[in-house]
Design a protein around this ligand. Structure first.
Ligand code: CA
Length: 431
């Protein structure tokens, strides 16, 4: 399986100048898909590709630019604004379209003069959820998060015995998933105050975020027909950033015995641009459980998964309070520290016969790093609210206050490779 091709050449430049600027997320090696329209208009939503500070409108591009045989058909669902239909087509379609877009956007392309007329500045675009998300499942693959949070909730028994054998997850809620820029109303709920014998109902006092990646599923599987690891590897479409907003005081009271419920279903925010698995190919990395841990059962193992199942994505949380002129970075971690890979999550999800569908969203769980300052939530960074963080503005935080904006960012970078970024998933607590 040779994952690297001409589209990943770090020397490749685009005729869209801003795509060549140092530090841009949307280099020509990236080419993520999103759903947009001109801000303030009531035009139908369209699928676009981010390139530098522009969006390539694929409806216009399909109609107004000549394409090689076979490419025009594959562009059709994208031209119609239906990312799910394109996701269902699978890896060969993704690769073919990626190669065609890369060649068309590359410096010197004779398609350039046509496509120049199909660009919309990102600052003039309004973004929607990239696709119809039919179902949302949230996993718990961040072992450092699971251990730290486990200690707070169960000091004697932080990591339950199933953790290293089975990818833990629960079925979440789709209706409250929003795109970056989402405003979040502080939820009310039942909580049991420290020392109280009976719960009370009121606004959440321990509002938190969770730094996650979201996996979007490409081709699904029929009910009752599981996926192999090889199928799962071919069938994931791409990744977005995911903030799984969490109400810790509501969670602590309600989570046993069936797991998260109202503590998690009031809002989830994703980034608008889907970075495809093809764009992530240069950053794939070997995967192994630590020495001495159980090895994955055979249905969750494959040679490819051991050789290149992980993805090296640097993740960051930034916070901006009402008093700050600029956001402040709170931490950095890496997706390589997750306990299960993308293919293992899809394979496990379908292993009992559950039918995954194009556009389904699978959250990775909070991606904390191994060091104390690498918590992917305030629950971890403030040690369960006992150790407030002091911010650059002099303010302190244990949990989120009204008016706070949480910004998730991510990028991939490796020696001899271009940098690609995810844009951001930003959300603000109303107030
Ligand atoms: Ca979560």
């Amino acid at each position: 399986m040779n994952l690297i091709d001409a589209t990943h050449d770090p020397a490749l430049k685009s005729w869209v100048d801003s795509a060549n600027a140092a530090g841009t997320d949307f280099t020509i090696q990236n080419l993520p898909f999103g759903r947009f329209r001109r801000a303030g208009s009531d035009e139908p939503w369209r699928i676009g590709v981010a390139i530098g500070d522009q969006v390539l409108d694929l409806k216009l591009a399909a109609a107004q630019c000549p394409w090689a045989d076979g490419v025009a058909d594959l562009l059709q669902p994208l031209a119609e604004g239906d990312l799910n239909a394109f996701m269902a087509m699978g890896s060969q379609a993704r690769s073919t379209v990626r190669s065609a877009l890369s060649a068309a956007l590359a410096e010197g392309s004779d398609q350039g003069p046509f496509l120049e007329l199909c660009l919309v500045p990102q600052r003039e675009a309004e973004m929607a959820l990239p696709c119809r998300i039919g179902d949302y499942t949230d996993f718990y693959t961040g072992i450092h998060h699971a251990t730290t949070v486990g200690k707070l909730f169960r000091p004697d028994n932080p990591l339950l015995p199933n953790y290293k054998w089975v990818p833990i997850g629960y079925h979440g809620r789709v209706s409250s998933i929003g795109v970056s820029g989402q405003t979040v109303r502080r939820p009310s709920g039942q909580t049991l105050a420290p020392g109280a014998t009976e719960p009370s109902f009121g606004p959440c006092k321990r509002l938190d975020y969770e730094l996650e990646l979201g996996i979007l599923v490409g081709p699904g599987n029929a009910l009752g027909e599981p996926k192999t690891m090889a199928q799962a590897e071919a069938d994931w479409f791409g990744l977005v950033l995911l903030n799984d907003w969490s109400a810790r005081d509501i969670q602590a009271w309600e989570y046993q015995p069936l797991g998260p419920f109202l503590a998690k279903n009031f809002a989830s925010t994703i980034s608008p641009w889907v970075v495809t698995q093809e764009a992530l190919a240069p950053y794939r990395a070997p995967f192994a459980h630590p020495q001495g841990d159980p090895q994955p059962l055979p249905y969750l193992s494959s040679e490819f998964n051991s050789a290149a199942g992980a993805v090296d994505v640097t993740l960051e949380v930034w916070l901006k309070t009402k008093q700050m002129p600029e956001p402040q970075r709170l931490m950095q971690s890496n997706f390589r520290d997750a306990y299960w890979t993308v293919a293992q999550l899809l394979t496990h999800h379908a292993s009992g016969g559950c039918n995954l569908q194009p556009g389904d969203l699978l959250g990775t769980g909070t991606l904390s790093g191994p060091q104390p300052g690498q918590g992917g939530s305030l629950l971890e960074l403030s040690n369960g609210g006992k150790a407030p963080l002091t911010l650059a503005s002099g303010e302190t935080r244990t949990f989120l206050q009204d008016g706070d904006t949480v910004i998730l960012r991510a990028f991939c970078a490796a020696p001899g490779r271009a940098r690609i970024g995810f844009g951001e998933a930003a959300g603000t607590v109303l107030g």
